[in-house]
Every structure is written in C-alpha cells, then in structure tokens.
Design a protein around this ligand. Structure first.
Ligand code: MLT
Length: 264
C-alpha cells in the first residue's frame, strides 16, 4: 500500500488483526521485507504495520538529511492516516534509533518497545566520519557499492560464509535502496542524539533482542540498554549477527510472540 504523507509517498503493509497493533521498522539500508518471517508467523494474531522508511524500499527519497525525528514524524503521520492511536513499536538497528525518537516525541502512543540489534549510544567521531564516507559512496558509486562494503558486518560470520541465498537476499535489498535515501539516512544517523538518558524515561515494557554475533551493535550494547531500562527483558539469539530476524527467524519470532502474549 502507499500513502501521500508529509509531501512524499510512503509504502507500507498493513495486515489486519486484533490489538495491540505492532509496528516493525527495518534497519539501514534495508526495507520492510526484513521482517517477512515474523509477518508470516504473526499475521492475523496482531495488526501488523510494516513501513518502508523514507528513502528505502518503495518509499520516496528526499534529498538532504533524514533525521531520526523525520522518520518518527513519518510514522506518526502514517498511524494518523491508518486511524491507529497506540502501538507496540519494534525497530531493528536504525529502526531502534527511530523508536527512541518516537518515544521522545509521541510517548503516549507507545504501549511497548521491541529493540532489536540496536544501541542507545550516539555515534563516535570516527563513526560520524564513516557515515559521511557511506553517504558519498552511495552518491558516487551507487547502492551496490554500499552493499559490498556493509554486507560482511551485517551477518554472523557463519551466515556470511555458508548461507549464500541469505547473503543474496540482503544484497538485493541494499542494492535496491535509492542512493539519495542511503545518503540522507546515513547523515541523519550521524546527527542522532545519545539516547542513554532516554532509557530511564521509558516506562513501558521493552523487549531487547540481539544476535550473539552482532558485530555492529554487539550484545554488550543490548545488555547496557536492558540494565538501564526500567522494564526490560533481554534475549540473546545464538547463531545470529546484526540481522537476527532474517538469520534466526524462528527464535526471534518465538521471543516476540511470547513477550507480546504477556503484554496483552
Ligand atoms: C542498521 O542496521 O540500521 C545500521 O547498521 C545502523 C547503523 O549503522 O548504526
């Protein structure tokens, strides 16, 4: 489905089901198919709203910088468009950074958070320089070059070595991302604030999931969030790197399902 919101076209899937509505935000530079296993398993049990973030998948890119607040405002506009007031908000990696921004701006709309393969800290200076390099790589050489650079770190070493179909799936997702969308999100992530002080304010239940072999946002980052969140459960997923929902779909789905049942 598509909607014209905030001056751009946003693509999303909206699977009907009982409350609470669950939103799943993909990471960078991916698209909503990141969640296809969880959507297939949970469809009909919850309303599932799965957008392509601006500049990703089939959603339009806007030149310039896409801040985490921009993405959060897009989501609020999408929920208004769908007539949905409150949601459980899940996000992987950049999706988690957006979940923090959404909490700061629209906390009354959040029933719970699911933070997958993400971190609360802002970028280091070195990290910010890397963001600019990726933005320029996308602008100068296209999304396929970004795929080649990022792929090895996105997956657990064994996934990367032994599961060529999964590697190809992720490569396709990245290569299909508009270069302007990659550049805008990369520069937006560099600007994001430190969300460590936000953690203590998050008074709703939070499920924290991390791949045991996540090289980009390692288990130590997830443990730090779980320690500082008032109501967190931490699940470490063996055999997964940064893309746990794709690498170990059943384990991620069953953790999510069990937590959602307790929340309901
Ligand atoms: C993501 O998966 O969204 C990115 O790896 C996030 C990041 O680079 O910090």
């Amino acid at each position: 489905m598509r909607a014209q919101l905030r001056g751009l076209t946003l693509a999303y899937d909206d699977h009907p089901g009982p409350r609470p509505a669950v939103v799943l935000l993909h990471g960078f530079p991916l698209d909503r198919t990141l969640w296809h296993h969880q959507v297939a398993a949970l469809a009909g049990q919850y309303r599932l709203i799965v957008p392509d973030l601006r500049g990703h998948g089939a959603s339009e890119a806007v030149p310039g910088v896409a801040t985490m607040d921009d993405f959060a405002d897009d989501l609020a506009a999408l929920l208004d468009h769908l007539g949905v007031d409150q949601v459980v908000l899940g996000g992987l990696s950049m999706g988690g950074y957006i979940a923090f921004a959404f909490w700061r701006r629209y906390r009354a709309r959040v029933l719970g958070l699911v933070l997958v393969d993400t971190r609360a800290q802002a970028d280091t200076e070195e990290g910010r320089r890397g963001r600019e390099e990726i933005a320029r790589l996308a602008e100068e050489q296209g999304a396929a070059a970004v795929a080649e650079r990022n792929l090895p770190k996105l997956l657990a070493p064994a996934t990367y070595r032994e599961r060529p179909e999964l590697v190809a799936e992720v490569r396709r997702m990245i290569a299909a991302t508009p270069p302007a969308g990659i550049a805008a999100a990369s520069r937006g992530m560099a600007e994001r604030p430190d969300s460590l002080p936000t953690l203590a304010t998050i008074t709703v239940p939070v499920l924290v999931i991390v791949g045991a072999e996540d090289q980009l946002t390692p288990p130590a980052d997830a443990e730090l969030m779980a320690q500082r969140l008032p109501q967190a459960e931490l699940v470490v997923v063996p055999g997964a790197g940064h893309l746990a929902p794709l690498e170990q779909p059943e384990r991620v789905t069953s953790a999510l399902r069990a937590w959602l049942e307790r929340l309901r």
